[in-house]
Design a protein around this ligand. Structure first.
Ligand code: GDP
Ligand code: IMO
Ligand code: MG
Length: 420
């Protein structure tokens, strides 16, 4: 049996915290896509930790953490992160497993990401520059190197061959930076990676499922950044939606049970691309300040706006969401008035659907107003004690998407979550 936790917006919905909260109910937490572009924040014993490559179940002693074949893995980030979690007493040699089919991010992938973004100028995607796009291009282009290849005696030859190919591309981009130091770090990190548990991920996970173990698939990024269904080309390079769980772990669709979709009570986006409900005014600034909306991976300020129910309903449809988890509801505690987007006005017509190419249209959000609850909710532990006005806000969202909110998160802390 596999359940999934996925982002329903443009990432940073609070997936890390939610996975950490649910982790004790599962035997295995598995990342199935994305790479170190992800930044998942958890609080462990009151201390903040941001995970980029390791699944968010790593701080639970009896939980197995699997990096699936659908992930792209940067050994340098992984090594650094292993050191961080080790400082909390976690033994990664015991509870971290990596699929041998997982593709590697090479130093030249990072260089290519940077070179490609520079060339795009004003049209740049706002990539995290972690080499995600180029690594997935080498996967679908059938050039990439995988974790299993590290055990092959010809690894260095394969590396040099691919590196030369990348160098020609970099020369085309006129990329001049010296990446020798990146390569030194890389070779140091792959020695470390060789010492970790590399497994045949698809057999590993299916044998566990057959033995009755429970798996939680942890999504990175969000549905609106999905390579197929997101706001292309302002997206990431993987399937962030439920279908990615099957490809990214090697589990069959009928094994998937609950799909828990995470949304903020409002909306943010980091990087370029369309964002119909974005606020460029003092209210947007207030959301950024109260929500501490700065990227966990790059530190960039996140763009902020009202919750977009057109996009949320679409994400529920694509993912087959069975439960919605609403995070950062407490960030709205101080607002007199709240708004939700119920439609897109395009050329005088109102639509409840996501258009083919959002960047081609001027989209004016149709906004419905709600009175704010104006109450500190951060200490509330039972739904009965939540303000009536919050319940009305949530009820409206439930009816719009057709899926009910099952949990409301009211603070970053591990215990700040209320079942509905
Ligand atoms: P992820 O990428 O989806 O895991 O989310 P990030 O970790 O990038 O960003 C979410 C941020 O919101 C982190 O700083 C979390 O500590 C914080 N957070 C998560 N849930 C809540 C919540 O309910 N309330 C508040 N105030 N902060 C939250
Ligand atoms: P988590 O898992 C928010 C965004 C980048 C950029 C676009 C493409 O923490 O929610 P990429 O590096 O993938 O080439 O960048 O996607 N992006 C994210 N935004 N949260 C993330 O991950 C993101 N991962 C990528 O800002 O706009
Ligand atoms: Mg994040």
């Amino acid at each position: 049996m596999v359940d999934a936790i996925l982002g329903l917006q443009w990432g940073d919905e609070g997936k890390g915290k939610i996975v950490d909260y649910f982790a004790p109910r599962y035997d295995i937490i598995a990342r199935f896509q994305g790479g170190p572009n992800a930044g998942h924040t958890l609080y462990v014993g009151g201390k903040k930790v941001v995970l980029h490559q390791i699944p968010s179940g790593v701080f639970h002693e009896n939980t197995i953490n699997l990096i699936g074949n659908g992930v792209v893995l940067d050994p340098v980030t992984l090594k650094r992160e292993c050191d961080t979690v080790a400082s909390f007493g976690v033994d990664v040699k015991k509870n971290l497993f990596i699929s041998h089919r997982t593709h590697l991010i090479l130093p030249t992938h990072r260089a290519l990401d940077k070179a490609s973004e520079l060339q795009k100028g004003n049209d740049k995607i706002g990539s995290t520059l972690k080499g995600i796009g180029p690594a997935y291009m080498d996967k679908t282009g059938r050039n990439g190197l995988r974790v299993g290849d590290l055990l092959d005696k010809n690894f260095t030859t394969s590396y040099i061959r691919l590196r030369l190919k990348h160098q020609r591309l970099l020369d085309n981009f006129n990329f001049q930076e010296d990446i020798t130091a990146w390569e030194e770090e890389f070779f140091d990190a792959i020695d470390f990676l060789r010492s970790l548990n590399v497994v045949n991920g698809e057999y590993f996970i299916n044998e566990k499922i057959a033995a009755g173990k429970k798996v939680l698939a942890e999504g990175a990024q969000g549905s609106m950044l999905d390579i197929d269904f997101g706001t292309f080309p302002f997206v990431t390079s993987s399937n962030t939606t439920t279908s990615g769980v099957c490809n990214g772990l090697g589990v069959a669709p009928q094994k998937i049970r609950e799909v828990m979709g995470v949304t903020k009570a409002y909306c943010t986006r980091v990087g370029g691309g369309p964002f119909p409900t974005e606020l460029h005014d003092a209210t947007g600034e207030e959301l950024r300040k109260l929500g501490n909306e700065f990227g966990a991976t790059t530190g960039r300020p996140r763009r902020c706006g009202w919750i977009d129910l057109v996009a949320l309903k679409y994400a529920c449809m694509i993912n087959g969401v069975t439960k919605v988890i609403m995070t950062k509801a407490d960030v709205l505690d101080k607002f007199e008035e709240l708004k939700v987007c119920t439609g897109y006005e395009i050329d005088g017509n109102i639509s409840e659907n996501i258009p083919f190419q959002m960047t081609r249209h001027q989209i004016d959000p149709v906004l419905k107003s709600f009175p704010g609850w104006n109450t500190d909710t951060t200490q509330v532990t039972k739904i009965a004690e939540m303000p009536e006005k919050m319940k009305q806000y949530v009820d409206f969202i439930n009816r719009f998407t057709g899926v009910n909110v099952s949990h409301i998160s009211n603070g970053p802390g591990r215990d700040q979550i209320v079942a509905v």
